[in-house]
Design a protein around this ligand. Structure first.
Ligand SMILES: [Zn+2]
Length: 366
């Protein structure tokens, strides 16, 4: 029955897009519009079916559909960034990574279903504010999870709640479904960005020592954690037109938090002040200190065309933000200067500094 519902909801174009779901330039925003805001349900359902996981794990279609609807609904559609479209985007990226040769030949069906479900649920019920905000406002989640990985623990527990409520894995032996829930947690908890350095050092050490052995289940699990971490922060590695939209959305979410902090006379969190930060400077910092180190190691692990494409986009996007920043700076400098007296043949008063007006690199490719 749910298949018919799905068929009715599919527009021809959305269906067409799913044929290319493994493309790195997949436009999730367009896909979300074509599916009437149901990108997360549609994409995850499609991928689970494509891998044959529904038959393999003998999933009940109605339970699965209900689960996915509830997952999508538990994302806050009023969050500018941490909403179901971000979850769908991360799921699509996770699929791209799991398709990479090294992973494709070693991952088991169990790894794949885990990877897809973790991606789809990794930010479930995200409140649109960060952990420091929850701690300083004495939010119950902060005390519940003792101020550690507060959000990630909540995403995981919310996912477990929906799995149990829908009974998606209730036909499996308890030790199997409990194991699945535990591993789902370990994947989701890996997305805590404050743990980035620990994961990165471990990854580096493995790569330096060439000690990864993907026939080993715990090593495969570690690679799934790294893949999910990459998928979660892959926005800077997408083509400019997609990347730019994500950057604007995440910045707007930060700024909204800053607005609430100002309103309640709380100290405004770093990156959250719309008066002192801009999309460009936040992005350049994020790429330099967080994304580049991670994707550089990922490219060492999976030295493929996709990895090179991602690093290439990141370089271009960084240059584009740099160009736009320079443009803004020179524009505001000009605004502060007294209006130049127009000379003959130079009514703009701009004979110098034209280099800052060059078109940012990467803006033409989409
Ligand atoms: Zn996320």
């Amino acid at each position: 029955m749910p298949l018919y519902i799905l068929d009715e909801d599919y527009t021809g174009q959305a269906r067409c897009m799913l044929d290319k779901v493994g493309n790195w330039n997949f436009d999730i925003f367009l896909f979300d519009r074509l599916t009437n805001g149901n990108s997360l349900i549609t994409l995850t359902f499609h991928l689970l079916n494509q891998y044959g996981l529904v038959e393999l794990f003998q999933l009940d279609m109605i339970k699965l559909w209900r689960f996915l609807v509830m997952v999508q609904e538990d994302y806050h559609s009023d969050n500018p960034y941490h909403n179901a479209v971000h979850a769908a985007d991360v799921t699509q990226a996770m699929y791209c990574y799991m398709k990479e040769p090294k992973l494709a030949k070693s991952l088991t069906s169990y790894d794949i279903i885990l990877g897809l479900l973790a991606a789809a649920t990794h930010d479930l019920d995200h409140p649109g504010v960060n952990q420091p905000f929850l701690i300083k406002t004495d939010h119950y989640l902060a005390s519940l999870y003792r101020n550690t990985s507060v959000l990630e623990n909540h995403h995981w527990k919310s996912a477990v709640g929906l799995l149990r409520e829908t009974g998606l894995f209730s036909h499996l032996p308890p030790e199997k479904s409990l194991g699945l829930e535990r591993e789902l947690g370990s994947l989701i908890l890996a997305t805590d960005i404050s743990q980035q350095n620990e994961y990165l050092s471990r990854f580096r050490l493995h790569l330096d020592q060439q000690s990864l052995c993907l026939s080993n289940a715990s090593h495969r699990h570690f690679i799934l954690q790294m893949a999910l971490k990459c998928a979660d922060i892959c926005n800077p590695c997408r083509p400019w037109e997609l990347s730019k939209q994500w950057s604007e959305k995440v910045t707007e979410e930060f700024f909204q938090q800053g607005d609430i902090e100002k309103k309640h006379n709380l100290q405004v969190s770093p990156l959250c002040n719309r008066e002192t930060n801009s999309v460009g400077n936040i992005q350049i910092g994020f790429m330099t200190y967080v994304a580049e180190p991670l994707f550089t190691e990922w490219a060492r692990f999976s030295d493929t065309r996709l990895s090179q494409t991602m690093l290439g986009h990141m370089g271009l996007n960084k240059a584009s933000w740099g160009g736009l920043l320079q443009e803004q700076m020179s524009a505001s400098e000009e605004a502060e200067l007294p209006t130049p007296v127009p000379k003959d043949g130079d009514s703009t008063g701009m004979t110098e500094g034209t280099s800052s007006k060059e078109i940012p690199q990467g803006s033409s490719q989409s």
